[in-house]
Design a protein around this ligand. Structure first.
Ligand SMILES: Nc1ncnc2c1ncn2[C@@H]1O[C@H](COP(=O)(O)OP(=O)(O)OP(=O)(O)O)[C@@H](O)[C@H]1O
Length: 230
């Protein structure tokens, strides 16, 4: 369970100081797939970064399984991220001089996961383990990034525009892989996206406007990556 209480964050100094997150309160259950929607500049990525411990809030709490990450020191938050959290971004951030196997093994080593080849299979890249990122398509690179993030067995996977750089067909394939792995493994997933159609795949939809929570609703019926519009 992720519980957010009275979370507030400012950017800038002096006259240019502004509130980017304004008294956010939220609860996200273990195993949930939550999608964060909102206009450009509304604070979605900042919220994701604070929830994951990448950035610090100015006040409030973000409790993950009862531990408040806001009250941790920088080094405690770094350890917390390493042990609990996986990230997927629009850019894949793979290491160009390492092949697929080594890129994924890096994630696996963080959790001493000797079983990481299974996750490479699960994302459909068995035949690409010896390839380097530069030899792969965008969708394949994003699947390597997913395998790397999940190889360390995170409790929560944070995704910021994971399909932002992909075409429709590849974007749907990537979402399909992620949601199948989530239902098998049961990790919590929190995704920022501009594609409002993806909200139909989620359990929980969080709408952000001007740094505030504008609406939170649950989906009773969820669609698959191949059923949503694009
Ligand atoms: N490091 C920073 N320093 C100062 N201002 C920032 C910083 N990062 C973001 N901002 C500003 O904070 C606001 C929210 O940014 P954020 O990236 O969270 O929005 P977003 O909803 O994710 O936008 P987009 O959909 O365009 O990615 C914007 O006005 C942005 O310009």
């Amino acid at each position: 369970m992720i519980e957010v209480k009275n979370l507030t964050k400012y950017y800038g100094k002096g006259e240019s100081r502004f509130k980017v997150l304004d008294n956010i309160n939220l609860k996200i259950a273990q195993g949930d797939f939550a999608v964060i929607l909102g206009a450009s500049g509304s604070g979605k990525s900042t919220l994701l970064n604070v929830l994951s411990g990448l950035e610090k809030a100015d006040s409030g709490e973000v409790c993950l399984d009862g531990k408040d990450i806001c009250s941790m020191s920088e080094s405690e938050r770094t350890k917390f991220r390493r042990d609990n959290v996986g990230f997927i971004f629009q850019q894949y951030y793979l290491l160009p001089n390492m092949n697929v196997d080594k890129n994924v093994r890096m994630g696996a080593d963080l959790a001493s996961n000797s079983d990481y080849r299974k996750i490479i299979s699960a994302v459909g890249l068995d035949d690409k383990v010896k390839k380097y990122p530069g030899e792969l398509s965008g969708g394949e690179q994003q699947r390597v990034a997913i395998a790397r993030a999940l190889a360390k067995k995170p409790t929560v996977l944070f995704l910021d525009e994971p399909t932002g750089a992909l075409d429709e067909k590849t974007g749907r394939q990537v979402l399909d892989v992620i949601t199948k792995l989530q239902s098998e493994q049961g990790f919590t997933m929190i995704m920022v996206t501009h594609n409002i159609n993806i909200a139909e795949m989620a359990n929980t939809v969080i709408k952000v406007s001007d740094g505030k929570i504008a609406e939170v609703y649950k989906n009773d019926v969820r669609k698959s990556a191949f059923e949503i519009g694009w």
